[in-house]
Design a protein around this ligand. Structure first.
Ligand code: HEM
Length: 129
């Protein structure tokens, strides 16, 4: 029986993002970027990510920031290539599918893929300059 629900409220986003970063932090391909390259302040970063995704998926409008600039800056410190983005997306999609099912869950995966693609283009442009 399939009893997965869709992403409906901020609490669902929290559950998704907590589970995702649980995987990210121990991932052999991208974990070190969060743990070593940037020593991420998790107490600050997690609420930012809850707000980012709640804004994208639930129209919450609690996030303001410029993720593109942040990731272009990050790409100057550590390789941010197709390899890293593919792994990020794999972990994200797997986490979504493990926990949720529905239109918003599908949208989450689509938005992640589109933004990742755009980030890669911005990073490439920045490298080319
Ligand atoms: C290889 C892939 C990625 C890596 C290694 C990565 C890494 C990071 C790191 C280390 C930070 C924390 C920066 C800080 O606290 O100073 C961050 C922030 C963030 N990331 Fe990523 N990221 C990746 C892909 C993505 C993608 C695809 C998205 C969106 C779909 C995304 C959305 C964000 C957002 C919204 C922030 C917060 C920016 C802010 O502070 O306003 N990231 N990322």
């Amino acid at each position: 029986m399939n009893n997965k629900q869709d992403i409906l409220v901020r609490g669902d986003v929290v559950r998704l993002i907590d589970a995702f970063y649980n995987e990210v932090r121990k991932d052999p391909v991208i974990g070190h970027i969060f743990n070593e390259v940037v020593s991420v302040d998790w107490d600050a970063h997690m609420p930012t990510m809850y707000s980012f995704w709640s804004t994208l998926l639930l129209n919450e409008q609690t996030y303001s920031g410029n993720p593109m600039l942040k990731h272009v800056a990050l790409s100057k410190k550590t390789p941010m290539t197709n390899v890293e983005f593919t792994q990020w997306l794999k972990l994200f999609n797997t986490t979504v599918d493990e926990l949720f099912e529905g239109a918003t869950a599908t949208m989450a995966k689509q938005r992640a893929a589109t933004i990742a693609e755009l980030m890669m283009v911005k990073i490439q442009d920045a490298v080319a300059v």
